[in-house]
Design a protein around this ligand. Structure first.
Ligand code: FEO
Ligand code: CA
Ligand code: CA
Ligand code: CA
Length: 548
């Protein structure tokens, strides 16, 4: 079904103040409800009730560390009142699985199975009740877990290099979707550190999963490259050609796009089953003058040959490391060793690219560069040494086309706190300031939302003559609206103690926002119980669209 466009409107909420409270703070007139906690039942079975699970139980529970998320419409259901949520689980909430910490070298078989049960994704059918409250529909045939213990197939040019039956996916950080209604969940690690017996080449991929369970089994799409994937955002054109933008959250990492060779079918989902297996992967090169180019990561092009010299991470030291020889003999070599291929091809090393989002008018693409405390050599797109607080960069494709090979770019804002003593930590935020932008999404009304993931105890700079940590300088992690013209920042939501805010999805009428609270450490969401990562629902008490 075609989404019903929301009425046009702007932003009119009263921003909330930074705080360190162990609760979710939203503007006056807004309501917060908890929808899905780590340990809640997804597939029929038990749910966490204070005692540790068996591996079989946990395999059916919602995993931990909720992260990227997408909302999918259901045929025959008014999408403003019900649909499917696909939710990433980046890590386990270990505190509800077993006592003590996880050590891969000494973990028992049960501990390993439990840890791997809690990563992956959950798909749940959700619906708004007559009381206006959203809930998971227990027993829905769509409710399903995909975990670190399941088996996955591989597609694309490097599929033959992966082991025949791939065990699990891991570090499902952020995500995206395709125009044909599949979910793209991203592995933010290139090795299975929870189960080091698994071959490394099996991890670090984008995994395509059909939440409707109609198309192929979950498939690792090797044509999209292997690196520490953050999220995926697409730009399409009137001919159904499409580009998928992706960041590598490495210190430092590059920005990529993947362009399938052919147009997608808008009316035959099955025709798109292997669309992500054939195409060209590009890396972004940001020139100093505000222009940029996409360099193809194709064997035989841009230096990707046998005996190539990988320059390494030259941004992290004023003394460049010696180049390392890498052999790119096949397409699979390029895709499995994407980070080295990108450096050889001249990709720009960025300050940890996290989320990317594409404006609905296709005229702007934003990316969060969350921070890079180790940067020692600057360039125009990464202008600060010891970049503790990160920045947001904006670029625009030539002709607003997904097929463009050039673009223009500008720094959108430098995060920081203007009250800090250090010039390079102040940033230039106009309004409510923040550190470490991570989650990022432009909603269908063109409104830009930013979520933060600042380290809790790390050094933030000097305030009133004293060293302060991130929470002292910025409060708890939060979510902001940022006006793209004035760059005015307004704090919309503050999370509870210890958490990161990440993941944003909404109903087509924008009256319901789904947001994830990741790794809280206090007494939230249920007083007197273990803290648990959770998906929350934010609505307006008067039923009007969020933010208006
Ligand atoms: Fe899992 Fe880069 O955040
Ligand atoms: Ca992130
Ligand atoms: Ca982060
Ligand atoms: Ca995280």
């Amino acid at each position: 079904p075609t989404p019903t466009p929301a009425p046009s409107y702007s932003i009119a909420f009263a921003p909330v103040a930074a705080n360190q409270n162990d609760t979710v703070t939203v503007p006056t007139g807004y309501t917060v409800d908890v929808l899905l906690k780590a340990g809640d039942s997804v597939e029929a079975g038990t749910a966490y009730a204070g005692s540790f699970p068996t591996p079989a139980d946990a395999e059916k529970w919602a995993g931990g560390n909720h992260d990227g998320m997408e909302y999918f419409e259901l045929s025959g259901v008014n999408a403003n009142g019900g649909g499917l949520l696909a939710i990433n689980h980046e890590l386990a909430d270990y505190n509800i699985l077993f006592s003590g910490s996880y050590n891969a070298a000494t973990a028992t078989a049960d501990q390993k199975a439990l840890a791997l049960s809690a990563v992956g994704i959950s798909v749940v059918e959700v619906a708004k009740g007559t009381d206006g409250k959203w809930a998971v529909k227990a027993g829905s045939r769509f409710n399903k877990r995909y975990t670190g213990n399941g088996s996955y197939r591989a597609g694309g040019p490097a599929a033959g290099q992966l082991s025949g039956s791939i065990k699990g996916m891991l570090n499902n950080c952020s995500s995206g979707r395709t125009p044909w209604g599949t979910y793209l969940t991203c592995e933010e690690t290139t090795n299975n550190y929870l189960d080091p017996t698994q071959p490394a080449t099996n991890y670090g991929w984008v995994v395509e999963i059909d939440p409707y369970q109609e198309l192929a089994e979950p498939t690792k799409r090797t044509a999209m490259g292997r690196f520490s994937h953050e999220n995926v955002a697409y730009l399409n054109d009137s001919n159904n050609r499409v580009a998928f933008y992706m960041g590598d959250d490495s210190t430092p990492g590059c920005i990529y796009k993947f362009v399938p060779n052919r147009a997608y079918s808008a009316n035959n989902r099955a025709a798109n089953t292997d669309l992500l297996d054939y195409g060209t992967l590009y890396v972004a090169r940001f020139n100093a003058d505000g222009t940029g180019e996409w360099r193809a990561l194709v064997q035989g092009q841009n230096g990707l040959v046998a005996g190539a010299a990988d320059p390494g991470n030259v941004s992290q030291s004023t003394t460049p490391p010696p180049p390392v020889t890498v052999n790119f003999n096949t397409t699979a070599d390029v895709l499995i060793n994407t980070q080295a291929a990108a450096r050889v091809a001249g990709g720009t090393l960025m300050d940890r690219p996290e989320w990317i989002t594409v404006a609905p008018n296709k005229q702007a693409i934003f990316v969060t560069l969350t921070n890079n405390s180790g940067r020692r050599v600057t360039d125009n797109p990464n202008p600060r040494v010891t970049n503790l607080h990160g920045h947001i960069l904006k670029f625009r494709e030539a002709g607003d086309s997904p097929l463009a090979t050039t673009f223009t770019w500008e720094l959108f804002l430098l995060a920081g706190n203007p009250q800090l003593a250090e010039a390079n930590l102040k940033g230039n935020i106009n309004g409510d300031f923040f550190s470490s932008p991570d989650g990022l999404r432009i909603d269908p009304q063109g409104r830009l939302w930013v979520q933060t993931d600042h380290n809790l105890t790390g050094n933030a700079g000097t305030l009133n003559g004293a060293a302060v940590n991130m929470v002292q300088a910025f409060g708890n992690n939060s979510m902001y609206y940022i006006d793209q013209a004035s760059k005015q920042s307004k704090r919309f939501l503050v999370g509870p103690t210890g958490c990161e805010i990440t993941g944003i999805a909404y109903t087509p009428d924008l009256k319901t926002f789904f947001i994830n609270i990741q790794h809280p450490t206090g007494n939230w969401p249920v007083a007197g119980q273990q803290p648990r990562s959770s998906t929350i629902v934010v609505t307006r008490t008067d039923g009007q669209p969020v933010g208006n």
